[in-house]
Design a protein around this ligand. Structure first.
Ligand code: ATP
Ligand code: MG
Length: 594
């Protein structure tokens, strides 16, 4: 292995990590104990909105800062737990006044404004289902997602409404009301201005006495492998959000926590709203998009102690250079974690060198609703590994048996499909309106993730690739992540995406698309001799590290790589373009420069 494990200094500053003895914690763990700790509302209900807000007021946290919102223009708005609860209650009362019943769907297509967060919590308290959409979706995915989800109410802004919804709004019979966050009294016909409507509502609301199995959230997957699926989650998901906030994110009382994900993706809701509030910590929300200097300033000025972000952002910070980070005091940062894509070992180590903390990779999916496998605060980090399963989670590596069944691979280091034994509370309860597809995800008592991985002798899981992205060349099965990670080691490389292209002899050949760091090639030399020499150097580096069978045969440079709006490299699009094929559903594609 190129990168040794990163051992932790247990006597370092800060509180004692929540998980120190992994095995003992796993043995002692039970979700029922977590449920008992969370408790229920006085009427016996189990409602995420109640647990995130009212429970904290009952614990005396009413005056504690729940949400600090940082506006794009430099403005700041603070909400205590009591203040956020009051806003959520107004929203819940408004839903009730509009006739929204428990179980009905409230969609949000909104920028990261305080109203979005209050609406999410108010929706949950009202027993309705919160369905966040990413505000940068085009009109078509907005419409199809709202059709799939039978939207009753849409929360959005006047501009987003005009651009993305107004044209077809009356063709969606289930859609009863559109609430416009920023409209004044002049809201267009068929819409309601949110601010005056909320002002007329009471700021107290008793949470609906939901049952743990009642539907609470509808999330759409990222669409990396095809058309996004609508994933159903229930109120009991809070049990897992709470447990993982403790063990995987190491949340402690008094923490200032920043999750950079947008609530339009599952991370931005499970861990950008729910887990921090369930723990009573302060969460930071930044309205603006990624900007390296702004992000370092937030980490410094807000004294962020726990930070949850994604590999794409980390790679952009690496691209901006460690010198930039050195200009900020990041001393408050105790724990940094990453999810969403494979985190290259290079990035883990860079975190420790440039920010003073290694990134802790963790793995999960929209379907799992919460973190399943993680690197922990007190345990050594193996750079490039996703870590160990969470207490309460039973993971395995499996393969299909000839009889169509599924068998677990027990010997270490063999690649197979990453699978989980169902039973954790945030597991999806269905793909909405896609029962057959849902059933296909299970076999032999396992939930099959569609990702390939291996487990080492110490039980750490290593991501190999999505089953769809695997490359078969001359009898070898190659995961793109391994090749991309090695390319990332080269100082000129900012990002890499690797695919297989058909070859009559080898079956497939490995081809790499690489985005370079600024300055790697002199301006004007992106093509020509200097570029060819750099490509040769990269090929040489890859061959030395991976051997000729696994190293790419060809490397081409791109300004950037195509990604989903949640930041995942779209290898299927690189491949379709390479082969001149139809790319399939691109509703979640972020514009790219290819
Ligand atoms: P779709 O299912 O629509 O194709 P998607 O799988 O990208 O999209 P998400 O649920 O947002 O949608 O992403 C989950 C996937 O992201 C995982 O199955 C895995 O492939 C990838 N992923 C998440 N975390 C990690 C990680 N730490 N390392 C490697 N891959 C990860
Ligand atoms: Mg998926």
């Amino acid at each position: 292995m190129a990168f040794p494990s990163i051992e932790k200094d247990r006597r370092g500053p800060g509180p004692r990590p929540n998980l120190t003895n992994y095995r003992a914690t796993c043995r002692a763990f039970s979700y029922d104990a977590v449920r008992r700790e969370l408790g229920r509302s006085p009427g016996g209900g189990f409602n995420i909105g109640y647990l995130a807000l009212d429970r904290q007021l009952a614990r005396g946290l009413g005056g504690h800062l729940a949400l600090r919102w940082l506006g794009r223009d430099g403005s700041v708005r603070d909400f205590s737990y009591a203040g956020l609860a009051a806003e959520a209650n107004r929203f819940a009362n408004l839903l009730r006044r509009l006739g929204v019943e428990p179980g009905q769907r409230v969609f949000a297509l909104a920028h990261r404004t305080p109203a979005l967060y209050a609406a999410a919590l108010g929706t949950l308290k009202a027993g309705a289902v919160f369905c966040p959409l990413f505000s940068q979706f085009g009109p078509e995915p907005v419409r199809t997602h709202m059709e799939i989800g039978d939207a009753s109410v849409l929360l959005t802004s006047a501009t987003l409404y005009r651009r993305k919804v107004a044209d077809w709004r009356h063709e969606l019979p289930s859609l009863r009301q559109v609430l416009l966050i920023d409209a004044a009294e002049d809201a267009p016909e068929g819409t309601l201005a949110l601010t005056p409507a909320l002002a007329a509502q009471s700021d107290s609301f008793e949470a609906v006495e939901s049952a743990p199995e009642d539907m609470a959230l509808l999330h759409f997957t990222s669409g990396t492998t095809g058309r996004p699926k609508g994933v159903v989650h229930v109120h009991d998901a809070a049990t897992h959000h709470y447990a993982t906030g403790r063990f995987a994110l190491d949340l402690h009382e008094g923490d200032v926590y920043w999750c950079t994900a947008d609530p339009g993706w599952v991370t931005g809701t499970s861990y950008g709203i729910l887990a921090p509030l369930l723990h009573g910590v302060t969460m930071i929300v930044d309205e603006a998009e990624f900007d390296a200097e702004r992000w370092y300033a937030i980490l410094q000025d807000q004294k962020v102690s726990v930070w949850y972000t994604a590999p794409t952002a980390i790679r952009m910070l690496m691209r901006a250079g460690a010198e930039l980070a050195a200009g900020y005091d990041l001393g408050a940062l105790r724990f940094a974690a990453s999810v969403g894509e494979p985190l290259n070992p290079e990035a883990v180590v860079w975190g420790r060198e440039a920010l003073g903390r290694p990134f802790h990779d963790n793995w999960w999916q929209t379907e799992t609703g919460g973190i399943m496998i993680a690197n922990y605060a007190a345990l050594p980090v193996k750079p490039g590994s996703m870590g160990l399963p969470l207490p309460g989670v039973r993971a395995g590596i499996v393969e299909r048996a000839p009889d169509g069944g599924v068998v677990e691979i027990v010997e270490p280091d063999r690649v197979g499909e990453l699978a989980l034994r169902p039973g954790w509370p945030s597991m999806m309860r269905g793909y909405l309106h896609e029962e057959a597809r849902y059933r296909k995800a299970f076999a032999g008592g396992w939930y099959l993730s569609g990702d390939l991985a291996r487990r080492d002798a110490e039980g750490y899981y290593w991501f190999v690739g999505r089953a769809d992205d695997m490359i078969k060349t001359s009898g070898h099965l190659i995961g793109p992540f391994e090749v991309e990670s090695v390319l990332m080691e080269h100082p000129a490389v900012a990002e890499a995406g690797v695919i297989g292209v058909p070859d009559p002899v080898a079956g497939e050949l490995v081809k790499a698309f690489v985005a370079l760091k600024p300055g790697a090639l002199e301006p004007g030399h992106e093509a020509g001799e200097a570029a060819e020499a750099l490509a040769r150097a990269l090929l040489g580096h890859a061959r030395k590290r991976l051997g000729p069978a696994v190293a790419p045969r060809e490397i081409v440079f791109r300004k950037s790589l195509p990604k989903t709006r949640s930041g995942k490299i779209l290898r299927r699009l690189l491949k379709a373009r390479e082969l001149g094929q139809e790319p399939g559903d691109l509703s979640t594609l972020e514009s790219d420069e290819s």
